[in-house]
Design a protein around this ligand. Structure first.
Ligand code: HEC
Length: 186
């Protein structure tokens, strides 16, 4: 073997060792990066749609803020406009007077109804409505207006309901203003 050949072989062995070492280091780097990167990615993926779903549930789902969850109405009412509630209330005035000392129409007069006893006026209510008990707080009105039929099965208010939670909040905010002493906001 010439010195040149020995050099070549030594060089090849050295090269092989370097390649093994580099591959090893690279493997380590990948091995370390993976456990960090994966949970971070998963956490981000899990958090984003989760938060969206929650917000969507509060905004869209009929009756999302049902009885007992009055607190959920707070942000919706805070973001609502009584002005748009006023135009939404045109859906109601076919059957309800909204004026102070208004007369009953197809339905009972609604002045001061927010916070009032359910079925508490001089009106021939259905037994479904009379059987509810309690007051029209924000959560109850929200659930009733989302779907009168689902909230009080058998009641005689022929109204399908208002789908958007933001619209219900606006309408409830407006109804609240129709009172001598409006119910405090939640
Ligand atoms: C087509 C007629 C009709 C329309 C439209 C209508 N309601 Fe009614 N509403 C009634 C009747 C009838 C009752 C009584 C139901 C019963 O006794 O079962 C009632 C009852 C109610 C009550 C319960 C009152 C109480 O004293 O307990 C509220 C609150 C109410 N309506 C709000 C509304 C709002 C707000 C709208 C508009 C989004 C609306 N209603 C639209 C007919 C109507």
């Amino acid at each position: 073997m010439s010195a040149r050949e020995i050099n070549k072989i030594a060089g090849a062995i050295l090269m092989a060792l370097i390649i093994i070492k580099v591959a090893d280091l690279a493997g380590d780097a990948v091995g370390q990066a993976q456990p960090l990167a994966k949970p971070a990615y998963l956490a981000a993926a899990a958090a984003a749609p989760g938060a969206k779903t929650e917000a969507k549930a509060a905004a869209d789902k009929p009756g999302a803020a049902g009885p007992g969850s009055g607190a959920a109405m707070g942000p919706l009412l805070a973001a609502a406009s009584a002005e748009s509630g006023k135009s939404l209330a045109r859906k109601c005035t076919t059957c309800h007077s909204l004026k102070k000392d208004g007369k009953n129409k197809v339905g009972p007069a609604l002045w001061g109804v927010v916070g009032a006893q359910k079925a508490g006026r001089s009106f021939r209510y259905s037994s479904a409505l009379k059987g509810l008990g309690g007051v029209w707080d924000y959560a109850a009105l929200n659930a009733f207006l989302a779907s009168p039929k689902a909230f009080a099965p058998g009641n005689k208010m022929p109204f399908a309901g208002i789908k958007r939670a933001a619209d219900r909040a606006a309408l409830i905010l407006y109804l609240r203003s129709l009172s001598d002493s409006p119910l405090p906001l939640p």
